[in-house]
Write a protein that binds this ligand. Structure first.
Ligand code: BES
Ligand code: MN
Ligand code: ZN
Length: 497
Protein backbone atom coordinates (compact mmCIF):
# COMPACT_ATOMS: atom_id res chain seq x y z
CA UNK A 1 0.00 0.00 0.00
CA UNK A 2 1.05 3.60 -0.67
CA UNK A 3 0.76 6.45 1.83
CA UNK A 4 1.13 9.89 0.23
CA UNK A 5 0.96 12.92 2.54
CA UNK A 6 -1.20 15.90 1.62
CA UNK A 7 -2.51 19.14 3.02
CA UNK A 8 -5.83 20.65 1.88
CA UNK A 9 -9.58 20.85 2.46
CA UNK A 10 -11.63 17.65 2.63
CA UNK A 11 -14.47 18.93 0.43
CA UNK A 12 -11.99 19.59 -2.40
CA UNK A 13 -10.51 16.09 -2.58
CA UNK A 14 -11.11 14.19 -5.79
CA UNK A 15 -11.08 10.72 -4.31
CA UNK A 16 -13.06 7.52 -3.97
CA UNK A 17 -13.54 8.32 -0.30
CA UNK A 18 -12.81 11.07 2.19
CA UNK A 19 -12.57 9.94 5.82
CA UNK A 20 -13.49 12.38 8.61
CA UNK A 21 -14.13 11.99 12.33
CA UNK A 22 -17.09 12.65 14.60
CA UNK A 23 -16.67 12.93 18.36
CA UNK A 24 -18.99 11.51 20.96
CA UNK A 25 -21.56 12.99 21.58
CA UNK A 26 -22.52 14.05 18.03
CA UNK A 27 -19.74 16.58 17.63
CA UNK A 28 -18.26 16.84 14.14
CA UNK A 29 -14.49 17.27 13.92
CA UNK A 30 -13.08 20.27 12.06
CA UNK A 31 -12.87 18.34 8.79
CA UNK A 32 -16.36 16.89 9.22
CA UNK A 33 -17.54 20.43 9.77
CA UNK A 34 -15.94 21.58 6.50
CA UNK A 35 -17.79 18.83 4.64
CA UNK A 36 -20.95 19.79 6.48
CA UNK A 37 -20.72 23.40 5.32
CA UNK A 38 -19.90 22.45 1.73
CA UNK A 39 -22.88 20.11 1.69
CA UNK A 40 -25.29 22.61 3.16
CA UNK A 41 -25.64 20.91 6.53
CA UNK A 42 -25.98 17.31 5.32
CA UNK A 43 -23.58 15.91 7.94
CA UNK A 44 -25.17 17.72 10.86
CA UNK A 45 -28.54 16.48 9.69
CA UNK A 46 -27.34 12.88 9.75
CA UNK A 47 -25.82 13.42 13.16
CA UNK A 48 -29.05 14.98 14.42
CA UNK A 49 -31.03 11.98 13.21
CA UNK A 50 -28.82 9.81 15.40
CA UNK A 51 -27.17 7.71 12.67
CA UNK A 52 -23.66 8.70 13.80
CA UNK A 53 -23.21 9.52 17.44
CA UNK A 54 -19.43 9.43 17.50
CA UNK A 55 -18.93 6.18 19.44
CA UNK A 56 -15.30 5.11 19.09
CA UNK A 57 -14.82 2.85 16.09
CA UNK A 58 -18.33 3.25 14.66
CA UNK A 59 -18.56 4.03 10.94
CA UNK A 60 -21.07 5.41 8.47
CA UNK A 61 -20.45 5.42 4.75
CA UNK A 62 -22.17 8.16 2.70
CA UNK A 63 -22.40 8.37 -1.08
CA UNK A 64 -22.51 11.38 -3.40
CA UNK A 65 -22.37 14.02 -0.68
CA UNK A 66 -23.28 17.35 -2.31
CA UNK A 67 -20.63 20.06 -2.45
CA UNK A 68 -17.74 17.57 -2.27
CA UNK A 69 -15.62 16.17 -5.08
CA UNK A 70 -15.32 12.68 -3.58
CA UNK A 71 -17.47 9.66 -4.45
CA UNK A 72 -17.93 8.81 -0.80
CA UNK A 73 -17.56 10.30 2.66
CA UNK A 74 -16.80 7.96 5.54
CA UNK A 75 -17.70 9.18 9.01
CA UNK A 76 -15.70 7.55 11.80
CA UNK A 77 -16.59 7.77 15.48
CA UNK A 78 -13.69 9.05 17.60
CA UNK A 79 -15.18 8.70 21.08
CA UNK A 80 -15.11 11.51 23.65
CA UNK A 81 -12.89 14.37 22.51
CA UNK A 82 -11.14 14.76 25.85
CA UNK A 83 -10.36 11.01 25.96
CA UNK A 84 -8.88 10.94 22.45
CA UNK A 85 -5.46 9.43 23.09
CA UNK A 86 -3.07 6.98 21.41
CA UNK A 87 -5.31 3.93 21.77
CA UNK A 88 -8.39 5.79 20.53
CA UNK A 89 -6.56 7.27 17.54
CA UNK A 90 -5.36 3.82 16.54
CA UNK A 91 -8.83 2.26 16.96
CA UNK A 92 -10.38 4.94 14.75
CA UNK A 93 -7.81 4.37 11.99
CA UNK A 94 -8.28 0.60 12.28
CA UNK A 95 -12.07 0.89 11.97
CA UNK A 96 -11.76 3.17 8.93
CA UNK A 97 -9.26 0.95 7.12
CA UNK A 98 -11.23 -2.23 7.79
CA UNK A 99 -14.32 -0.67 6.30
CA UNK A 100 -12.50 0.91 3.35
CA UNK A 101 -10.93 -2.42 2.50
CA UNK A 102 -14.43 -3.88 2.13
CA UNK A 103 -15.88 -1.09 -0.01
CA UNK A 104 -15.18 -0.54 -3.68
CA UNK A 105 -12.58 2.16 -3.01
CA UNK A 106 -9.05 1.51 -4.18
CA UNK A 107 -7.93 4.63 -2.40
CA UNK A 108 -9.03 7.19 0.14
CA UNK A 109 -8.00 10.45 1.77
CA UNK A 110 -7.92 10.26 5.55
CA UNK A 111 -8.43 13.34 7.72
CA UNK A 112 -8.28 11.53 11.06
CA UNK A 113 -4.54 12.28 11.11
CA UNK A 114 -5.44 15.94 11.66
CA UNK A 115 -7.05 15.27 15.03
CA UNK A 116 -4.95 16.23 18.02
CA UNK A 117 -3.69 13.35 20.16
CA UNK A 118 -2.45 14.40 23.59
CA UNK A 119 1.37 14.68 23.83
CA UNK A 120 1.80 13.47 20.22
CA UNK A 121 2.93 15.42 17.17
CA UNK A 122 1.64 15.07 13.64
CA UNK A 123 4.59 12.77 12.77
CA UNK A 124 3.45 10.32 15.45
CA UNK A 125 -0.07 10.29 14.00
CA UNK A 126 1.18 9.65 10.48
CA UNK A 127 3.57 6.87 11.53
CA UNK A 128 0.89 5.12 13.54
CA UNK A 129 -1.77 5.54 10.86
CA UNK A 130 0.53 3.71 8.44
CA UNK A 131 1.40 0.92 10.89
CA UNK A 132 -2.22 0.38 11.93
CA UNK A 133 -3.50 0.46 8.34
CA UNK A 134 -0.95 -2.13 7.25
CA UNK A 135 -1.78 -4.25 10.29
CA UNK A 136 -5.48 -4.08 9.45
CA UNK A 137 -5.13 -5.26 5.84
CA UNK A 138 -2.64 -8.05 6.65
CA UNK A 139 -3.71 -11.52 5.62
CA UNK A 140 -2.01 -14.86 5.80
CA UNK A 141 -3.42 -17.13 3.15
CA UNK A 142 -0.33 -18.60 1.53
CA UNK A 143 -1.23 -22.04 2.92
CA UNK A 144 -4.81 -22.02 1.56
CA UNK A 145 -5.37 -23.82 -1.71
CA UNK A 146 -7.90 -21.14 -2.66
CA UNK A 147 -7.06 -17.82 -1.04
CA UNK A 148 -10.17 -15.69 -0.44
CA UNK A 149 -9.78 -12.67 -2.70
CA UNK A 150 -10.47 -9.12 -1.60
CA UNK A 151 -12.39 -7.69 -4.54
CA UNK A 152 -10.88 -4.25 -4.53
CA UNK A 153 -8.09 -4.08 -2.00
CA UNK A 154 -7.11 -0.68 -0.69
CA UNK A 155 -4.02 0.43 -2.62
CA UNK A 156 -3.49 4.02 -1.61
CA UNK A 157 -4.25 5.82 1.61
CA UNK A 158 -3.55 9.54 1.43
CA UNK A 159 -2.96 10.98 4.89
CA UNK A 160 -3.80 14.58 5.54
CA UNK A 161 -1.70 16.92 7.68
CA UNK A 162 -2.97 20.28 9.02
CA UNK A 163 -0.31 22.47 7.39
CA UNK A 164 1.94 22.50 4.35
CA UNK A 165 4.88 22.86 6.73
CA UNK A 166 4.02 19.38 8.11
CA UNK A 167 4.55 17.66 4.75
CA UNK A 168 8.25 16.91 5.13
CA UNK A 169 8.07 15.46 8.62
CA UNK A 170 4.90 13.65 7.58
CA UNK A 171 6.63 11.95 4.69
CA UNK A 172 9.54 10.85 6.88
CA UNK A 173 7.06 9.51 9.42
CA UNK A 174 5.17 7.58 6.74
CA UNK A 175 8.45 6.01 5.57
CA UNK A 176 9.22 5.01 9.15
CA UNK A 177 5.75 3.55 9.62
CA UNK A 178 5.96 1.63 6.37
CA UNK A 179 9.36 0.15 7.26
CA UNK A 180 8.03 -0.94 10.66
CA UNK A 181 4.95 -2.41 8.98
CA UNK A 182 7.10 -4.35 6.51
CA UNK A 183 9.13 -5.70 9.41
CA UNK A 184 5.92 -6.71 11.18
CA UNK A 185 4.58 -8.38 8.04
CA UNK A 186 7.76 -10.45 7.83
CA UNK A 187 7.57 -11.38 11.52
CA UNK A 188 3.88 -12.29 11.21
CA UNK A 189 4.41 -14.42 8.10
CA UNK A 190 7.26 -16.33 9.74
CA UNK A 191 5.28 -16.78 12.94
CA UNK A 192 2.16 -17.97 11.13
CA UNK A 193 3.97 -20.52 8.97
CA UNK A 194 3.54 -24.03 10.37
CA UNK A 195 6.40 -25.88 12.02
CA UNK A 196 6.73 -28.36 9.16
CA UNK A 197 7.59 -25.49 6.81
CA UNK A 198 9.17 -22.93 9.07
CA UNK A 199 12.05 -25.17 10.19
CA UNK A 200 15.44 -23.90 11.40
CA UNK A 201 16.69 -24.38 7.83
CA UNK A 202 13.79 -22.30 6.49
CA UNK A 203 14.50 -19.49 8.95
CA UNK A 204 18.15 -19.52 7.89
CA UNK A 205 17.17 -19.33 4.21
CA UNK A 206 14.81 -16.44 4.89
CA UNK A 207 17.57 -14.62 6.79
CA UNK A 208 19.91 -15.13 3.86
CA UNK A 209 17.30 -13.81 1.43
CA UNK A 210 16.76 -10.75 3.64
CA UNK A 211 20.50 -10.17 3.78
CA UNK A 212 20.71 -10.38 -0.01
CA UNK A 213 17.85 -7.94 -0.43
CA UNK A 214 19.08 -5.34 2.04
CA UNK A 215 22.84 -5.77 1.84
CA UNK A 216 23.46 -7.36 5.24
CA UNK A 217 26.23 -9.77 6.00
CA UNK A 218 24.79 -13.18 6.85
CA UNK A 219 26.42 -16.28 8.20
CA UNK A 220 24.66 -19.49 9.17
CA UNK A 221 26.55 -21.73 11.58
CA UNK A 222 25.69 -25.43 11.41
CA UNK A 223 26.00 -28.21 13.99
CA UNK A 224 29.71 -28.82 13.37
CA UNK A 225 30.54 -25.17 13.93
CA UNK A 226 28.34 -25.05 17.05
CA UNK A 227 30.21 -28.04 18.45
CA UNK A 228 33.49 -26.27 17.75
CA UNK A 229 32.17 -23.21 19.61
CA UNK A 230 31.22 -25.55 22.50
CA UNK A 231 27.57 -24.46 22.56
CA UNK A 232 26.68 -27.52 24.62
CA UNK A 233 23.57 -25.95 26.06
CA UNK A 234 22.05 -24.96 22.70
CA UNK A 235 22.96 -28.32 21.19
CA UNK A 236 21.31 -30.23 24.05
CA UNK A 237 17.92 -28.84 23.02
CA UNK A 238 18.16 -30.08 19.42
CA UNK A 239 19.12 -33.68 20.36
CA UNK A 240 15.63 -35.12 19.93
CA UNK A 241 15.00 -33.54 16.53
CA UNK A 242 15.76 -34.71 13.00
CA UNK A 243 15.92 -31.13 11.76
CA UNK A 244 19.45 -29.70 11.88
CA UNK A 245 19.96 -26.71 14.23
CA UNK A 246 21.13 -23.38 12.83
CA UNK A 247 22.72 -20.34 14.37
CA UNK A 248 21.97 -17.30 12.22
CA UNK A 249 24.26 -14.27 12.34
CA UNK A 250 23.05 -11.14 10.53
CA UNK A 251 25.16 -8.00 10.50
CA UNK A 252 24.04 -4.53 9.48
CA UNK A 253 26.81 -1.93 9.59
CA UNK A 254 25.05 1.37 8.89
CA UNK A 255 27.35 3.56 10.99
CA UNK A 256 30.86 2.37 10.17
CA UNK A 257 32.79 -0.27 12.05
CA UNK A 258 34.11 2.08 14.70
CA UNK A 259 30.79 2.39 16.49
CA UNK A 260 29.76 -0.38 18.82
CA UNK A 261 26.86 -2.42 17.51
CA UNK A 262 23.54 -3.17 19.18
CA UNK A 263 22.87 -6.89 19.31
CA UNK A 264 19.43 -8.48 19.10
CA UNK A 265 19.10 -12.13 20.11
CA UNK A 266 15.89 -13.96 19.16
CA UNK A 267 14.60 -17.29 20.45
CA UNK A 268 14.05 -19.48 17.40
CA UNK A 269 12.35 -22.67 18.62
CA UNK A 270 10.39 -23.59 15.48
CA UNK A 271 8.33 -26.05 17.51
CA UNK A 272 8.29 -26.55 21.26
CA UNK A 273 6.73 -29.86 22.30
CA UNK A 274 8.45 -29.59 25.67
CA UNK A 275 10.79 -32.47 24.80
CA UNK A 276 10.83 -35.37 27.27
CA UNK A 277 9.04 -33.03 29.72
CA UNK A 278 6.23 -33.21 27.16
CA UNK A 279 3.57 -30.49 27.14
CA UNK A 280 -0.14 -31.35 27.40
CA UNK A 281 -1.85 -31.68 24.03
CA UNK A 282 -4.33 -28.83 24.39
CA UNK A 283 -3.21 -25.85 22.28
CA UNK A 284 0.17 -27.40 21.62
CA UNK A 285 -0.14 -26.22 18.01
CA UNK A 286 0.51 -22.72 19.33
CA UNK A 287 4.08 -23.74 20.05
CA UNK A 288 4.85 -23.17 16.37
CA UNK A 289 4.91 -19.52 17.51
CA UNK A 290 7.89 -20.26 19.75
CA UNK A 291 10.15 -18.67 17.14
CA UNK A 292 8.43 -15.28 17.31
CA UNK A 293 11.45 -13.78 19.10
CA UNK A 294 13.60 -14.80 16.15
CA UNK A 295 11.00 -13.44 13.74
CA UNK A 296 10.99 -10.09 15.53
CA UNK A 297 14.76 -9.87 15.19
CA UNK A 298 14.50 -10.43 11.43
CA UNK A 299 11.57 -7.99 11.30
CA UNK A 300 13.43 -5.24 13.15
CA UNK A 301 16.51 -5.71 10.95
CA UNK A 302 14.27 -5.55 7.89
CA UNK A 303 12.90 -2.18 9.06
CA UNK A 304 16.32 -0.80 9.98
CA UNK A 305 17.78 -1.93 6.65
CA UNK A 306 14.90 -0.45 4.65
CA UNK A 307 15.41 2.91 6.39
CA UNK A 308 19.18 2.72 5.94
CA UNK A 309 19.51 3.82 9.56
CA UNK A 310 22.91 5.12 10.69
CA UNK A 311 23.44 2.50 13.31
CA UNK A 312 25.10 -0.89 13.64
CA UNK A 313 22.86 -3.82 14.45
CA UNK A 314 23.68 -7.51 14.79
CA UNK A 315 20.95 -10.14 14.79
CA UNK A 316 21.67 -13.51 16.42
CA UNK A 317 19.18 -16.34 16.10
CA UNK A 318 19.76 -19.74 17.67
CA UNK A 319 17.12 -21.96 16.09
CA UNK A 320 16.10 -25.60 16.49
CA UNK A 321 13.15 -27.83 17.39
CA UNK A 322 12.42 -29.14 20.89
CA UNK A 323 11.16 -32.72 20.46
CA UNK A 324 11.25 -35.98 22.41
CA UNK A 325 13.07 -39.08 21.09
CA UNK A 326 15.49 -41.76 22.23
CA UNK A 327 18.27 -39.27 21.68
CA UNK A 328 16.58 -36.34 23.42
CA UNK A 329 17.99 -34.66 26.50
CA UNK A 330 16.44 -36.06 29.69
CA UNK A 331 15.50 -34.38 32.96
CA UNK A 332 18.56 -34.58 35.19
CA UNK A 333 21.04 -34.39 32.32
CA UNK A 334 23.87 -31.93 32.84
CA UNK A 335 25.14 -29.82 29.96
CA UNK A 336 28.04 -27.41 29.60
CA UNK A 337 27.31 -24.01 28.11
CA UNK A 338 29.66 -22.05 25.86
CA UNK A 339 30.45 -19.84 28.87
CA UNK A 340 31.84 -22.90 30.69
CA UNK A 341 29.04 -22.85 33.28
CA UNK A 342 27.29 -26.20 33.74
CA UNK A 343 23.51 -26.55 33.83
CA UNK A 344 21.33 -29.28 35.27
CA UNK A 345 18.35 -29.66 32.92
CA UNK A 346 15.57 -30.35 35.39
CA UNK A 347 12.87 -29.68 32.83
CA UNK A 348 13.43 -30.05 29.10
CA UNK A 349 10.52 -27.68 28.48
CA UNK A 350 12.59 -24.78 29.82
CA UNK A 351 14.54 -24.92 26.55
CA UNK A 352 14.43 -21.28 25.46
CA UNK A 353 16.93 -20.19 28.08
CA UNK A 354 19.20 -23.09 27.09
CA UNK A 355 19.54 -21.89 23.50
CA UNK A 356 19.62 -18.19 24.41
CA UNK A 357 22.42 -18.50 26.97
CA UNK A 358 24.92 -19.68 24.36
CA UNK A 359 23.83 -16.93 21.96
CA UNK A 360 24.34 -14.38 24.76
CA UNK A 361 27.88 -15.68 25.24
CA UNK A 362 28.48 -15.51 21.48
CA UNK A 363 27.36 -11.85 21.56
CA UNK A 364 30.40 -10.93 23.68
CA UNK A 365 32.66 -10.99 20.63
CA UNK A 366 30.98 -7.84 19.28
CA UNK A 367 31.80 -5.75 22.38
CA UNK A 368 28.24 -4.53 22.01
CA UNK A 369 26.80 -1.15 23.00
CA UNK A 370 23.88 -3.21 24.35
CA UNK A 371 22.27 -6.61 23.90
CA UNK A 372 18.52 -7.23 23.88
CA UNK A 373 17.13 -10.74 23.73
CA UNK A 374 13.55 -11.37 22.69
CA UNK A 375 11.82 -14.63 23.58
CA UNK A 376 8.47 -16.34 24.07
CA UNK A 377 10.12 -17.59 27.23
CA UNK A 378 7.53 -18.35 29.90
CA UNK A 379 3.83 -19.12 30.21
CA UNK A 380 4.02 -17.29 33.55
CA UNK A 381 4.54 -14.05 31.61
CA UNK A 382 1.06 -14.39 30.13
CA UNK A 383 -0.35 -14.77 33.64
CA UNK A 384 1.57 -11.74 34.94
CA UNK A 385 0.99 -9.13 32.21
CA UNK A 386 -1.62 -10.70 29.96
CA UNK A 387 -1.55 -9.83 26.28
CA UNK A 388 -0.88 -6.11 26.68
CA UNK A 389 2.76 -5.59 27.64
CA UNK A 390 5.98 -7.54 27.18
CA UNK A 391 7.91 -8.30 30.35
CA UNK A 392 11.22 -6.50 30.46
CA UNK A 393 14.27 -7.25 32.59
CA UNK A 394 17.59 -5.42 32.50
CA UNK A 395 20.93 -5.05 34.22
CA UNK A 396 21.08 -1.41 33.09
CA UNK A 397 18.66 1.29 34.26
CA UNK A 398 19.34 3.51 31.25
CA UNK A 399 18.74 0.68 28.78
CA UNK A 400 15.53 -0.23 30.61
CA UNK A 401 14.38 3.39 30.45
CA UNK A 402 15.14 3.59 26.73
CA UNK A 403 13.14 0.43 26.03
CA UNK A 404 10.18 1.59 28.12
CA UNK A 405 10.18 4.90 26.23
CA UNK A 406 10.42 3.21 22.83
CA UNK A 407 7.53 0.96 23.84
CA UNK A 408 5.33 3.90 24.78
CA UNK A 409 6.25 5.81 21.64
CA UNK A 410 5.44 2.84 19.40
CA UNK A 411 2.43 1.72 21.49
CA UNK A 412 4.19 -1.65 21.79
CA UNK A 413 4.71 -1.44 25.49
CA UNK A 414 6.91 -3.28 27.96
CA UNK A 415 6.86 -3.34 31.75
CA UNK A 416 9.93 -3.87 33.90
CA UNK A 417 10.22 -6.67 36.44
CA UNK A 418 13.02 -7.22 38.96
CA UNK A 419 16.17 -9.37 38.75
CA UNK A 420 17.02 -9.16 42.46
CA UNK A 421 19.56 -11.60 43.89
CA UNK A 422 16.85 -13.04 46.14
CA UNK A 423 15.22 -14.57 43.06
CA UNK A 424 18.42 -16.35 42.00
CA UNK A 425 18.40 -18.80 44.91
CA UNK A 426 15.74 -20.99 43.36
CA UNK A 427 18.07 -21.97 40.53
CA UNK A 428 20.52 -23.71 42.89
CA UNK A 429 21.55 -27.27 41.91
CA UNK A 430 23.21 -30.00 43.95
CA UNK A 431 24.97 -31.36 40.89
CA UNK A 432 25.77 -28.58 38.42
CA UNK A 433 26.55 -24.84 38.68
CA UNK A 434 22.80 -24.22 38.59
CA UNK A 435 19.56 -25.68 37.26
CA UNK A 436 17.49 -24.51 34.31
CA UNK A 437 14.34 -24.02 36.39
CA UNK A 438 13.31 -22.79 39.83
CA UNK A 439 9.91 -23.31 41.45
CA UNK A 440 6.63 -22.27 39.86
CA UNK A 441 6.50 -18.96 41.70
CA UNK A 442 7.90 -16.01 39.77
CA UNK A 443 8.68 -18.23 36.78
CA UNK A 444 9.30 -15.36 34.35
CA UNK A 445 11.68 -13.68 36.78
CA UNK A 446 13.72 -16.78 37.54
CA UNK A 447 13.98 -17.46 33.79
CA UNK A 448 15.36 -13.94 33.33
CA UNK A 449 17.73 -14.52 36.27
CA UNK A 450 19.04 -17.59 34.49
CA UNK A 451 19.79 -15.49 31.38
CA UNK A 452 21.45 -12.77 33.46
CA UNK A 453 24.17 -15.26 34.41
CA UNK A 454 25.29 -15.17 30.78
CA UNK A 455 25.05 -11.44 30.12
CA UNK A 456 27.27 -9.89 32.74
CA UNK A 457 29.79 -8.44 30.32
CA UNK A 458 27.55 -5.83 28.67
CA UNK A 459 24.38 -3.79 29.09
CA UNK A 460 21.58 -6.25 28.56
CA UNK A 461 17.82 -6.48 28.52
CA UNK A 462 15.47 -9.41 28.10
CA UNK A 463 11.98 -9.10 26.61
CA UNK A 464 9.61 -11.94 27.46
CA UNK A 465 7.03 -11.70 24.66
CA UNK A 466 5.05 -14.86 25.50
CA UNK A 467 1.85 -12.82 25.99
CA UNK A 468 2.12 -10.44 23.04
CA UNK A 469 3.65 -12.35 20.12
CA UNK A 470 0.43 -13.96 18.94
CA UNK A 471 -3.34 -13.83 19.37
CA UNK A 472 -5.38 -16.83 20.40
CA UNK A 473 -8.94 -17.80 19.50
CA UNK A 474 -10.78 -16.67 16.40
CA UNK A 475 -8.07 -14.15 15.52
CA UNK A 476 -5.30 -16.70 16.05
CA UNK A 477 -2.10 -15.48 14.46
CA UNK A 478 1.21 -13.73 14.98
CA UNK A 479 1.05 -10.02 15.87
CA UNK A 480 4.44 -8.82 14.64
CA UNK A 481 5.23 -7.52 18.11
CA UNK A 482 7.71 -6.35 19.34
CA UNK A 483 9.04 -5.15 15.96
CA UNK A 484 7.67 -1.61 16.57
CA UNK A 485 9.33 -1.41 20.00
CA UNK A 486 12.69 -2.73 18.76
CA UNK A 487 12.79 -0.57 15.65
CA UNK A 488 11.79 2.56 17.56
CA UNK A 489 14.44 1.87 20.19
CA UNK A 490 17.13 1.29 17.57
CA UNK A 491 16.19 4.43 15.61
CA UNK A 492 16.50 6.45 18.82
CA UNK A 493 20.11 5.21 19.12
CA UNK A 494 20.97 6.50 15.65
CA UNK A 495 23.92 8.86 15.44
CA UNK A 496 22.73 12.30 14.41
CA UNK A 497 23.70 13.68 10.99
N1 BES B 1 7.73 -21.60 24.90
C1 BES B 1 7.40 -21.87 26.25
C2 BES B 1 6.73 -20.68 26.93
C3 BES B 1 5.31 -20.41 26.57
C4 BES B 1 4.30 -21.25 26.99
C5 BES B 1 4.98 -19.27 25.86
C6 BES B 1 2.99 -20.96 26.67
C7 BES B 1 3.67 -18.98 25.57
C8 BES B 1 2.67 -19.83 25.97
C9 BES B 1 8.65 -22.21 27.05
O1 BES B 1 9.63 -22.88 26.36
C10 BES B 1 8.22 -23.07 28.17
O2 BES B 1 7.78 -24.15 27.91
N2 BES B 1 8.35 -22.59 29.40
C11 BES B 1 7.94 -23.31 30.54
C12 BES B 1 9.00 -23.13 31.59
C13 BES B 1 8.81 -24.04 32.78
C14 BES B 1 9.07 -25.46 32.40
C15 BES B 1 9.76 -23.60 33.87
C16 BES B 1 6.59 -22.77 31.00
O3 BES B 1 6.38 -21.55 30.91
O4 BES B 1 5.75 -23.56 31.40
MN1 MN C 1 9.29 -24.99 26.43
ZN1 ZN D 1 9.65 -22.62 24.33
Amino acid sequence: MEFPIKSGSPEKQRSACVVVGVFDNRKPSLSADLIDRASGGYISEIIRRGDMEGKLGSTLLLHNVKGTLADRVLLVGLGKERDFREREFRSAIRAAVRLLNETGSYEAVVYLTEEKVKRREVAWRIEHAVVVAMEAVYRFDQMKSQPAEVRRPLRKLTLSVPQRSDLTSGEAAAARGLAIAHGMDLARDLGNLPGNICTPTHLAERAQALAQELGFKCEVLDREKLEELKMGSFLSVTNGSDQPPKFIVLEYWGAGKKQKPFVLVGKGITFDSGGISLKPGLDMDQMKFDMCGAASVLGALCAIGELKAKINVIGLVPTCENLPSGRATKPGDIVKSMSGQTIEVLNTDAEGRLILCDALTYAERYEPAAVVDIATLTGAMVIALGHIASGMFSNSDSLARALINAGEESFDRSWQLPLWDDYHEGLASNFADFANIAGRAGGSITAACFLSKFSKKYDWAHLDIAGVAWNEGKEKGATGRPVPLLTTWLLAQETPG
